[in-house]
Ligand binder design. Structure first.
Ligand code: FEO
Length: 403
């Protein structure tokens, strides 16, 4: 069997799996690893699309050599210069010094910034095409999806969109490379959502522009630089991106809190159960002390209701809650229905801070904030239930609209 995997009649998959890194960008947990995908189109000219993380350069080059056989590598198209894709360029130049890099004006600066002066460069814009024999590749600039130099490459013969980070997901590509070969495709969709929310989430308006540019293109396959190749699920993943890029939401509630001694767990459960009993599903409850913020951000991108709870800590919000708020502010996830709760022993004072946060986010305030002191009391539990019910009413009334 040919050790090189084919994407279609003329395209080869040269991706590698990383099951050693714990945190993508040294920040976001990847318990199911990460794939860095590169592709080779073989025609009269042979064209490589992106490379892989430097840690996997040897493995990648071996695959490239096998796929090329005795043939020449003519072009390398740089769709994205972030080092998880461009990291192996220096090694590639050492092995293929004659190759021509196809870049745009932005990526050229980065290419030379990272690797010094490069001899053979072809600078392209959206107006250009690259004839490679039986087809002319097209370029679609997609700035800020996720860096300013990002572009997509379109192969009109095979009807493939090479989409850089867009439509990518966390997780290795295990076994087959296509979405239809996975039995855990829902997991990949969820990891695609978490990847978007964490990595690309603050650039929604740019993603909208990029989606507009590819609208109407016949696309049989989407080859991202991360995760499985989309083939069967293209309509779903496009729809997912449209929702996330416009900060749209589905009915559902995220209750997220932190706690030092467990008292807010009682309140979070009271609120969540009240919302669930009133008809909201799903209700996702997260304790940031034990669950990573990346999953919470993913769910806040998805669901229409958010209730946040924090202890008072040195007269401030609890640090993990502050971290969540700052990440949400950066990503401008709005609008959402919003409620909050808090606690403290001698001076519980987080309510005003959470109210201010909600106002700054232009979130729609729902119900009355609940402030408990020390431990749960019946009257406070009743307030929590009322907050959960009020949130349920808001969520079930329809998607929040910007005011
Ligand atoms: Fe996968 Fe923006 O790099």
């Amino acid at each position: 069997m040919d050790p090189i995997i084919k994407v279609n009649d003329s395209t080869y998959y040269l991706g590698v799996n990383d099951r050693q890194t714990m945190y993508f960008e040294n920040l976001w947990p990847i318990p199911h690893g990460m794939a860095y995908n590169s592709y080779l189109i073989k025609d009269e000219k042979n064209v490589l699309l992106d490379t892989v993380d430097i840690c996997y350069a040897d493995r990648f080059l071996r695959q490239l050599r096998t796929a090329l056989g005795e043939e020449k590598l003519d072009y390398v198209i740089i769709n994205h210069m972030e080092p998880d894709h461009a990291g192996s360029i220096g090694t590639l130049i050492a092995h293929y010094p004659e190759v021509t890099f196809v870049v745009n004006r932005q990526s050229l600066k980065m290419l030379e910034g990272y690797f010094g002066k490069v001899d053979n460069v072809l600078v392209v814009s959206e107006k250009d095409t690259l004839p490679i024999g039986s087809r002319e590749l097209r370029f679609i600039t997609a700035p800020m999806v996720h860096w300013p130099e990002v572009m997509f490459t379109y192969d009109p013969k095979e009807e493939v969109l090479f989409s850089a980070d867009a439509f990518g997901s966390y997780g290795t590509v295990d076994g087959g490379i296509f979405d239809y070969q996975r039995r855990d495709i829902e997991h990949q969709m969820a990891e695609c959502e978490r990847y978007y929310a964490n990595i690309v989430g603050m650039y929604g308006p740019f993603v909208v522009k990029a989606l507009k540019k590819v609208e109407g293109l016949p696309i049989k396959q989407i080859c991202s630089v991360h995760g499985s190749i989309w083939q069967e699920r293209i309509p779903e993943v496009l729809k997912l991106y449209e929702r996330m890029a416009t900060y749209g939401s589905e009915p559902g509630l995220v209750v997220v809190y932190a706690t030092m001694y467990g008292h807010l767990t009682e309140m979070a459960d009271a609120i969540a159960r009240a919302a669930g009993m009133a008809g909201v599903a799903p209700v996702k409850v997260y304790n940031l002390g034990t669950q990573d913020v990346s999953y919470v951000i993913g769910d806040i991108f998805r669901y229409s209701g958010v209730i946040i709870g924090s202890p008072t800590y040195n007269n401030h919000l609890y640090p993990k809650i502050e971290e969540l708020l700052s990440k949400l502010q950066m990503r401008k996830v709005s609008p959402r229905y919003f409620g909050h709760f808090g606690t403290g022993t001698w001076n519980p004072n987080v309510a005003s801070k959470l109210t201010t946060f909600g106002e700054e986010m232009k979130w729609i305030s729902v119900g009355d904030p609940v402030t408990m002191q020390m431990q749960m009391q019946d009257d406070k539990e009743a307030e929590g239930i009322r907050l959960g019910e009020a949130m349920a009413k808001a969520i079930l009334s329809g998607e929040p609209k910007a005011e």
